[in-house]
Design a protein around this ligand. Sequence first.
Ligand code: FMN
Length: 212
Amino acid sequence: MTSIADLRKSYERAELDESASHSDPLQQFDQWLQEAIASEVPEPNAMTVATVASNLRPSTRVVLIKGYDAQGITWYSNYESRKGQELAGNPFAALQFHWVELERVVRIEGVVERVSAEESDAYFHTRPLDSRIGAWASPQSQVIAGRSVLVANAAKYGARFLLQPPRPPHWGGYRLKPDRWEFWQGRKSRLHDRLRYTLAADGQWVRERLAP
Ligand SMILES: Cc1cc2nc3c(=O)[nH]c(=O)nc-3n(C[C@H](O)[C@H](O)[C@H](O)COP(=O)(O)O)c2cc1C
């Protein structure tokens, strides 16, 4: 049996060069995400969200990115979930994408705010019906007595709302406005490429190379 300590991989697929990367990190992210989608990596839109509770304990979970533009990176969740409660107390968060097959990681940090009710409504109504009912049926992150609670809740809300469930008031979007990005490209001999973009006081992005 292989010891996990002996599991190693040499990263040789690509490089990330100052001259060949965008000066705007959003454009660099757009390029890498589109390449991840085109490469058919599994769940290219899955990202880890890290939040910090009021007792300073960090926690992470995976969510799906639903939009990105100059305003920030958007995802949807339950505002009363653990992440929702932590973000209510501390809006700083960090995101991470790991596209394993492309030997790439993107790290993003910034402040999170809720998207507008109108924006959450618009997205909610694009979701499949079972997902819309699911948003009502799941008291996300709360202890429940068993799976039957979810099944009963789904039946209850399905019967109540039929084909037209409204957006639950406790469900909606978050948007992280980045002030720091890092793009990591695996390279040979652990001499990886790392480019960090930091938002300066004048609103310009400062790009610097970090040691791997
Ligand atoms: C691939 C993947 C995508 C997910 N997408 C979401 C999502 O978009 N929103 C969400 O609230 N939870 C999503 N989840 C579930 C979360 O990882 C997590 O279990 C849930 O949000 C509760 O986290 P919390 O208790 O830390 O708040 C996803 C899980 C996986 C594995």
